[in-house]
Ligand binder design. Structure first.
Ligand code: FES
Length: 388
């Protein structure tokens, strides 16, 4: 076991945080027709019976506006399984929130899309799992899904709604990256987010099946660089590289509880979608507390804010105000302690182990996917960290 200096104990006497969050991610449900092996929802999915109803969500939206939130991201699971989505979009729009729907697209008809636009929807993010039906349907585990997505993309163009394509990439679809960019252009998307899988939750359980080789990563980076030049002014290409091959960690979420908050289907409020993997923290719920108190003063939001909590090597690092020590959930998943430096950082004592793990897994035959299963059926997955 590596010798790590213990983290500072959590402060319970911090001043309330004065900055408002810019955005709120509302996970309206964990229900989803797709079964992507890198799903960002937790392994323990929340059940439909526990979902907040429309009245509760509307109160949360109003509290968010009061707190200073400007952008509302309606997500899931698949948010279009909610029959009250138009009602929720309408209320959010009436409150002055910029509304963004994050969808797989396979359940959304053109008629309903137009209803959502009439209700005030401002923007859509549509996921593609591959550039071909063969790959897309296999990864999403949903027959005919790719074709439905492309139909919806055309309907979004006809409706005049701005579109971003979300393309999560990994070793089993990276060879289609140029095709994904071409599809985004064909769909008149104004932006494509090419994001290498981040390994939390379901993705961590499928890491060996998803980890790209370094050669794949380098080729993908060259394709993105080229696309940014060739399509400048027409298509914005955002790019998230895989942590396991990085030298510097990403400032996950822009720093813990600094710019966004996340509300789960049952109303738990989190600084990020994976925060419940940190079992030492108990997250407050909108059914018990006001959103402002949760954001400004609650213990889990204060726990990793700023830099006071940091142990070495972060504490004396000149990058600490830029990367905030990386990702707390990744530190938890890979080292067993959320206060450790993210192993993606080259100064972490776990960093070499992380790189070797990536190289080993990428060089091996990929195992079969453990698909995300509907609620009752979550597998008892071993999560492959680095220690323990
Ligand atoms: Fe939770 Fe990075 S996903 S801090």
């Amino acid at each position: 076991m590596l010798d790590i200096e213990p983290a500072a104990p959590p402060s319970t006497l911090k001043e309330p945080w004065g900055e408002p969050p810019m955005g709120m991610l509302a996970e309206l449900t964990h229900r989803c027709p797709l079964q992507c092996p890198y799903c960002s929802n937790p392994v323990e999915l929340e059940r439909v019976a526990g979902e907040l109803d429309a009245a509760a969500w509307k109160r949360v939206f109003a509290e968010a506006v009061e707190l200073g939130v400007l952008q509302l991201h309606l997500s899931g699971g698949e948010p279009t399984v909610r029959k009250d989505l138009e009602d929720l979009v309408g209320e959010a729009s009436r409150l002055g929130l910029y509304t963004n729907l994050i969808t797989s697209g396979v359940l959304l008809s053109e008629a309903r899309l137009l209803d959502l636009k009439r209700a005030g929807l401002d923007h859509i993010q549509l996921s593609l799992q591959g550039a071909t039906a063969l790959t897309g349907d296999r990864i999403g585990h949903y027959k005919g899904g790719h074709a439905k997505k492309l139909e919806l993309a055309k309907a979004i163009g006809r409706a005049g709604l701005p579109l971003t394509i979300n393309a999560v990439v990994h070793r089993q679809n990276l060879d289609e990256l140029e095709g994904l960019i071409d599809l985004a252009l064909a769909c008149d998307a104004h932006r494509i987010e090419v994001a290498h899988v981040q390994y939390y939750g379901w993705a961590l359980a499928n890491r060996a099946a998803l980890m790209p080789t370094r050669a794949q990563l380098e080729r993908a980076t060259a394709i993105v660089d080229d696309a940014r030049v060739r399509h400048a002014g027409r298509l914005m290409v955002d790019y998230v590289i895989p942590d396991y091959y990085a030298k510097r960690p990403k400032p996950c979420m822009g720093g813990w509880a600094r710019t966004v908050l996340n509300v789960t289907p049952s109303g738990a409020v989190l600084p990020c979608h994976a925060a419940q993997s940190i079992k030492s923290l108990t997250f407050p719920n909108v059914q018990d507390h006001d959103l402002a108190w949760i954001w400004q003063s609650s213990e889990p939001f204060q726990r990793f804010r700023g830099t006071d909590w940091m142990p070495e090597p972060c504490r004396s690092c000149s990058f600490k105000e830029q990367d905030f020590g990386g990702c707390r959930c990744q530190a938890m998943a890979l080292t067993g302690d959320a206060a450790n430096t993210d192993p993606a950082c080259e100064f972490s004592p776990f960093h070499d182990l992380l790189r070797l793990t990536a190289e080993d897994e990428a060089a091996s035959e990929p195992p079969a996917f453990t698909y995300r299963r509907p609620l009752a059926n979550a597998p008892a997955m071993g999560t492959p960290g680095l220690v323990g």
